[in-house]
Structure formats: C-alpha cells, structure tokens
Design a binder for this molecule. Sequence first.
Ligand code: ATP
Length: 245
Amino acid sequence: ETKEPILTVNNIEVVYDEVILVLRGVSLEVPEGAIVTLLGPNGAGKSTTLKAISGLLRTEDGEVTRGQVTFMGETINNRAPEEIVRRGIFQVMEGRRIVEDMTVIENLRLGAYTRRDKGVKDDIEMVFDYFPRLRERTGLAGYLSGGEQQMLAIGRALMARPRMILLDEPSMGLSPLLVKEVFNIIRTINREQGITMLLVEQNANMALRQASYGYIMESGKIVLDGTREELLNNEDVKEFYLGGG
Ligand code: ATP
C-alpha cells in the first residue's frame, strides 16, 4: 500500500505561448497497474495535463513552468516526447490521430518507432488479437470507421510496449455500444499486461466505472479527488457530472 506511485504530478503550472496560464498547480498520483481517471468540463485543462506528462506540450509552445512530473522516480518535466516514450509513457491523443493514407499495419509500425528489438511482428499479432476487426481491414486507415480508428490509435500505443498509456477521451464520437467495447478492451489490456492507465474523459459515468480512483478538474485546478465509490456517491459529482439523481 505504501509503494511509490509510478507517476506523480506535483503542483505543476503550465503556460502556453509564454503568457497564457492554463494549469494553476495540479497534483495527482497514479499507482502502478491502476486505471485512474481525470474528469472535468471542456477547457478545464485535462488534455494539457496529459501533454505535460507526455512532453507533447512542447509541440504546442507550452511549458511546465513550476512543479514536477516524476515517472518511476525520475523527473521528466519538459523532456522531448521521444525520450518520454522511451521511458515508457505513450499518449493516445484526442481525435485518434492516425495516419489516414497509411495502412493499419503501417500505422502500427509507427507506434514501434522507438524500439530496436525484433518483437514488432509478434506485437502486431497481439494487437490484432485484442482488436480482431482491425485484422480484416487491409486498406488505408482513412477508410476505417471512427471506432476502428480509436482501436488503431490504442493498438499503436501498445506497439511501443509502454508501461503507461495516457488516453484522451477514447469515447469521443463513438456509439454507446462501441464505447463499451473500447472500454472493455482497455480494461483487458490493463489486466493482462499490467499497463497503467490515466484516462481523460467527459463521459464521467463510463470513466468512473473503469477506474479505481478519480480526479476532477475545473479551470486548471483539481477540485476534488477520491476512490471510484467516493466519487460515485458524492452529491456534487452526482449533480454536475453524473447527470443528476
Ligand atoms: P477539452 O475537453 O475541450 O480538450 P480540456 O480540459 O482537455 O478540454 P485543454 O484542452 O487542456 O482542456 O485546454 C485548457 C485551456 O488551455 C483552454 O482554455 C484552451 O483554450 C487552452 N489551450 C489549449 N491548448 C492551447 C494552445 N496550444 N495554446 C494556447 N492555449 C491553449
């Protein structure tokens, strides 16, 4: 129980374009092997928090100007995204940024770009075992349905053999049935491979069902956190995030 969390975000402040303060002291912890969710309204700073962890902030002129992001005991603030991938964190971006004019397999190989070992072929098979419908799609990824593109984006993350995956709104734009399917697979991957997950969602109901712990963010700050049960039973959470009742 007293094990160090695999990821610790300690009081980070994030600024875009040197002046726009978006995160105002955000702290959170993710235990190894857990699924933790980060919830909150549009524009609260959820995506920014994930990008501060993965290093992708740098590609948008953002910077962590205060505080620390610590992964497996080492500070990784403002490091290059490739280095953070090599250390074991892979972010699945919002809007499933797959490469539309490449095939499924080419997209999967992209996920393995930091690897030098020979296991890539086997891992493509592993991804197809998790997402059987991707195996049948031999054309360009741009022709995949929204749900299949989300599956491909997650599959590509697996190809990096990460210790931790940051998921930015995997349910966005999917039908309720597909949302269920995608979250089932995310849970299976977490269980079978022990990959730690930090899940950003607007769909609070769904997200809390997957996670053991949750944080709620508003206007660049964490305003509430607790176990799944604590949050599901919290009156404010019920009223503002779980659709009343
Ligand atoms: P959403 O679900 O809409 O993505 P979010 O909680 O993930 O919401 P962020 O995308 O992190 O929120 O955005 C937080 C704030 O930072 C918003 O006010 C947004 O306008 C601002 N912001 C995001 N990206 C940039 C950027 N590249 N440059 C300047 N401001 C940005």
